[in-house]
Design a protein around this ligand. Structure first.
Ligand SMILES: Cc1cc2nc3c(=O)[nH]c(=O)nc-3n(C[C@H](O)[C@H](O)[C@H](O)COP(=O)(O)O)c2cc1C
Length: 218
C-alpha cells in the first residue's frame, strides 16, 4: 500500500464534470473520515454529504469561493461538535483504552490538566482544538476521494465562529437541520475532474524540516 503516490499526485481541483458520484465511492470517503483519530477517540464531528442543488446553494451562502461549491457535484460539510469534548465521555473512552492501568485519581489528574483537556480552555482555544480534530477526518477523506479517482478542493473560507459570523450562519444551519452546538468548519468539494491543473510547488524539505534542533541538517 503506497500512500505517498497519492500524496505526490495531489492538486486542488476546482472544476468538475457534471457527473454523479457513485454511492459506494461516497460511502468510502465517509468511512475514511469515520475512522480518523481524535483526542481520546471522542470523534467530535458529523459529516453532511450534500448532492442536492438547493442544499449546496444553501451552504454556499456562507462560502467565499461559492461558485465552486455550487458547481461541485458533491460537498462534504465537516461539522465540529462543540459539546464533543465532554469530560464524562472522555473518561469512558480512556477506560476503554487503558482499562485498569490508570486509577481514577490518575485519570482525574490527567483530565484536569489544561494542556490535555480542550474543554478546560477558553472558547477560542476549544474551537481551535476542534478544528485540529476535524482536520484529521478531512485529510483522511480527501486522500480517500483521490484514491477513488476523484478531484477535491478543501474550502476553509467559510463564515463561522472562527471567522466573522452573521445572521446568515444560523439561518443556513437551521435550514440544514444542524444542531446549535455543531459548527461548520470545513467543506470538501468533490467530483470528477474537469480541468488540467499543474502541480503547485512546495518548499524544499531542508527548508521545512530539521534533523534535531531547528535548522540542523541531515
Ligand atoms: C485548510 C485549507 C483551506 C482552503 N481553503 C480554500 C478556499 O476557501 N478556496 C479555495 O479555492 N481553495 C482553498 N484551499 C486550497 C488551497 O488554496 C490549495 O491547497 C493551495 O493553494 C495549494 O495548491 P494545491 O492544493 O493545488 O497543491 C484551501 C486549502 C486548505 C488546506
Amino acid at each position: 500500500m503506497e500512500i505517498l503516490k497519492e500524496i505526490k499526485d495531489w492538486r486542488s481541483i476546482r472544476f468538475f464534470k457534471n457527473q454523479k458520484i457513485e454511492k459506494e465511492k461516497i460511502l468510502c470517503i465517509l468511512e475514511a473520515g469515520r475512522l480518523a483519530p481524535s483526542w481520546q477517540n471522542l470523534q467530535p464531528w458529523h459529516f453532511l454529504a450534500l448532492e442536492n442543488e438547493d442544499e449546496k446553494k444553501e451552504i454556499s451562502k456562507l462560502i467565499v469561493t461559492r461558485k465552486m461549491t455550487e458547481r461541485a457535484p458533491l460537498l462534504i460539510v465537516i461539522l465540529g461538535n462543540m459539546e464533543g469534548f465532554d469530560m464524562g465521555i472522555a473518561k469512558k473512552r480512556i477506560k476503554e483504552q487503558v482499562g485498569d492501568k490508570m486509577s481514577d485519581e490518575q485519570m482525574t489528574k490527567y483530565l484536569n490538566n489544561k494542556k490535555a483537556s480542550p474543554v478546560l480552555n477558553s472558547h477560542p482555544v476549544l474551537l481551535s482544538r476542534l478544528l485540529e480534530q476535524v482536520s484529521y477526518a478531512s485529510s483522511f477523506m480527501t486522500l480517500e476521494a483521490r484514491h477513488q479517482g476523484l478531484g477535491v478542493c478543501i474550502v476553509g473560507g467559510i463564515e463561522n465562529n472562527l471567522s466573522e459570523k452573521s445572521e446568515k450562519y444560523d439561518e443556513v444551519k437551521k435550514i440544514l437541520n444542524i444542531p446549535e452546538h455543531y459548527d461548520i468548519l470545513t467543506v470538501l468539494c468533490v467530483g470528477y475532474e474537469n480541468e488540467t491543473v499543474e502541480k503547485r510547488s512546495r518548499k524544499d524539505l531542508k527548508e521545512i524540516a530539521s534533523f534535531g534542533a531547528f535548522g540542523k541538517a541531515e
